[in-house]
Design a protein around this ligand. Sequence first.
Ligand code: HEC
Ligand code: HEC
Ligand code: HEC
Ligand code: HEC
Ligand code: HEC
Ligand code: HEC
Ligand code: HEC
Ligand code: HEC
Length: 242
Amino acid sequence: MPQQVPRLIAVFALIGAGVVVARTYLVPETFGEVGHYRAAAVDSIVRHEKKFAGHQECALCHTEVAERRLQGNHRGVRCEVCHGPAAVHVAAPLDVKPAAPRERGLCPLCHAYNPTRPTGFPQIDPVAHNPLTPCISCHDPHHPEPPVTPEACSACHGTIARQKAVSPHATLGCTTCHESPEAHKTSPRTNRPGKPAERTFCGACHAEDAPGPSHIPRVDVATHGLPYVCWQCHYPHFPEAP
Ligand code: HEC
Ligand code: HEC
Ligand code: HEC
Ligand code: HEC
Ligand code: HEC
Ligand code: HEC
Ligand code: HEC
Ligand code: HEC
């Protein structure tokens, strides 16, 4: 018998013994009872202290606030998002009171400008938007609304407005290209403004025979960039000639 065979047998025997020892002493007792994990883990997780009560609980006592919230713009923002986990408060309402975030810090977590947020999500610049005054002195946190109808498109479309302001299209008003019903400013999602649909729309200023000052660059609209619409190559709020 070659020398290495008993050595190999010894190595495998050691590994086998190791596995047996590990299975006997290291695998938790309830492992495998209900699947490939420790069954007792379920009990220890269930025993964790409950921290959130859920908004239905709050409505039992704070009926008025709860109903008001459901009618307003914060209907999708649950109570404990702002007030923090409040199960302890539900158990002993008079002894423990949840925090009410009255400072300016909370609201910008969701409402500060962030270009990755969806178009039209209400966003403000927390440094420039009525600084030094708490948000709740002008907006009811349970039923928030802009206290006045915004004058400018930039109140809600700040990112687009700021891009356009430093672009070659800076002098063009938003309504030059978007016919916007007045009701869009109060119910924006149900009253949509128009958007340019045809290449000829841009051609009104950029075609070779278009009227207007000579500093506006011209292209042959009949051939330039065909077959695509202009804004597939030029971002209309910051057009560039690549
Ligand atoms: C069993 C009734 C009850 C339930 C359920 C309950 N609360 Fe209260 N809550 C109270 C009472 C009572 C007060 C104290 C009112 C007072 O001091 O005027 C209070 C006060 C508050 C306050 C005021 C704190 C402040 O600084 O003024 C907040 C905020 C609050 N509750 C939030 C919640 C939230 C969020 C929930 C749900 C997770 C909830 N409550 C569930 C009874 C309840
Ligand atoms: C967007 C954040 C936000 C949400 C969501 C919210 N709250 Fe509040 N809540 C506040 C702030 C901020 C105050 C302090 C208002 C003040 O002092 O005028 C407050 C105050 C309160 C108060 C005490 C004073 C009052 O206005 O009656 C209660 C009670 C309360 N909230 C309960 C609730 C309940 C119940 C819910 C869910 C139905 C809820 N809140 C959802 C931010 C929020
Ligand atoms: C967890 C995220 C979140 C927090 C925190 C939050 N909001 Fe909101 N807010 C929303 C959502 C979601 C809407 C509804 C947006 C929509 O309809 O597109 C909204 C809508 C609003 C609107 C309505 C704007 C409009 O033109 O319709 C105002 C004003 C507002 N919130 C103010 C506040 C204030 C003030 C606070 C702090 C007390 C606050 N929000 C905290 C998520 C939040
Ligand atoms: C002095 C009053 C005042 C204060 C304080 C204030 N706002 Fe406003 N807010 C307004 C007015 C007025 C508008 C209407 C739009 C405009 O003209 O800018 C508005 C509009 C908004 C909008 C709606 C923009 C949109 O897309 O519809 C949001 C969101 C908002 N505010 C959040 C906040 C937050 C968050 C704070 C605190 C950091 C705050 N506001 C503080 C007066 C105020
Ligand atoms: C009160 C806030 C608010 C004001 C003020 C506002 N908008 Fe909007 N706008 C929105 C919201 C919200 C949407 C919908 C975004 C979505 O659902 O994707 C939107 C969508 C749009 C769209 C896209 C429509 C589509 O079908 O894709 C255009 C274009 C637009 N707005 C232009 C304007 C112009 C121009 C003005 C100024 C005259 C203006 N908006 C003022 C909130 C506002
Ligand atoms: C030169 C014409 C032009 C001007 C000026 C213009 N837009 Fe647009 N806008 C367009 C075109 C074209 C589209 C369609 C782009 C697409 O479908 O990809 C568009 C799309 C949009 C959209 C929806 C898509 C998006 O980018 O979120 C919004 C919102 C919008 N514009 C708002 C505005 C606002 C607010 C202003 C003023 C600050 C403005 N636009 C100025 C031409 C213009
Ligand atoms: C109301 C007239 C008008 C309309 C409509 C218009 N533009 Fe313009 N455009 C201008 C003006 C003014 C300039 C800036 C000329 C200058 O640089 O002096 C410009 C500049 C440009 C430039 C050149 C940018 C550069 O880097 O030099 C492009 C590209 C452009 N626009 C594309 C478009 C597209 C795409 C549309 C349609 C969505 C459009 N324009 C609609 C007036 C218009
Ligand atoms: C397939 C992409 C594409 C499309 C679609 C397109 N363009 Fe262009 N555009 C370009 C490129 C690339 C340039 C820069 C090179 C050149 O001048 O041809 C340019 C240049 C321009 C210029 C500047 C010309 C100058 O002399 O500075 C204007 C204005 C312009 N385009 C307007 C338009 C208009 C209006 C439309 C729609 C009718 C349109 N473009 C469609 C790609 C495109």
